[in-house]
Design a protein around this ligand. Sequence first.
Ligand SMILES: [Zn+2]
Length: 418
Amino acid sequence: MGETRTISGTLMLQDGRGGVRLTPGTLLLADGVIRRVSEGIIDPRPDSGGEHAIVMPGFVDAHMHLPQFDSIGIDGFTLLDWLERAIFPAECAWEDPDVAGEVATRAAQSLLSFGTTSVCAYGTVHHDGTKASIEALAAAGMRAMVGQVLMDRNAPPELCRGAAQLVREAVSLTEWTRGFAASRGARIEHSINPRFAISCTPELLSGAGEAVQRLHAPMQTHVSESTGECEAIARLFDGRSYVGVYQDAGLLGPRSILAHGVWLDEAERSTLAATHSMIAHCPTANMFLQSGDCDLGALGRSGVRLAVGSDIAGGNERSMVRVARAMIETSKRVAASTGKGGVIAAGRAWWMITSGNADAIGWKRTSRLEPGAEADVLVVTPDVRWQEAVDPLGTLLYAWDDRWIEQTLVAGMAVTRR
Ligand SMILES: [Zn+2]
């Protein structure tokens, strides 16, 4: 066993029922992995933590865009105008791989300081720029899935490529990333990322679907975020259903992450459930771009698997705790308008932004405090008297302050300390 580290405090553990529980204890880490979880035993002189610390898994962001990191908060647009006016110009800069590497490095450092240790992200249409971002996230030690964006229409010409070329590049980057991760011990993979069906011809979508099937690659895209987007899909695809377009292209499956899903109908929800695809709910983005409130209760009743993401920069929040808070607030608004209940509890929200997201994405050893799990750990010291709270998980969530994060560890290495 290599160098060991002990962390003591109140541990945030999975409760086995899709929530979390708090209990005093000590973690023993070695070789980037949690070796032991001792409940009820506080190390009097731990390497990190202590009596007043809360020790929790790092957060998992199931949907965000690395090249949009400097575009947070560009307000006054809805989705399609925002893409054209704010986002496509920012993504053009990634033609220079040095720019891409610099932005991705900065994004990784910032996310780690907010407690996010794993991300599912988009690069841009640029092959070398996306590759540079993969190297940057790997160097930061994060667990990540990143995809070169595929677009061959309805975007500025400098961001469009031919379908055949894009599919070739996506296949090659998937294979390159597998070799890179294996040789470096990096926790990174490349996904196939058709941006959304508006910016992809049927030829590109089916080429991407074949690549997903052949390589058993994960897939990321967007679906049914805004009404304007859904109307454009109906025009471009002769009135076919949005989810049906992806299904016909072979893009749905257990490692398919479709962001948003605000305006899905019952048949679309059933298709997502039947194919075990997941919706990455992005409540802060849906609010910021005024896309609408996603009905998580309806998705859950249909059996659709769920994850939750920041959707930077459509979403303005980098902290997954505040994204979780927005998810609860969305569920309260939807419950009030439908009368069907389904308000998400704080314990559920904590679980979702940690091992719940990781499980959905297929990262079974990530973001959980249990023996054998990757040691992605946050040491947090709240300034509220959470021990005496009636609902400590709610108090932690709503009183949360990023300044509480004393330390972020990725694979057992301390990467930030305030
Ligand atoms: Zn997005």
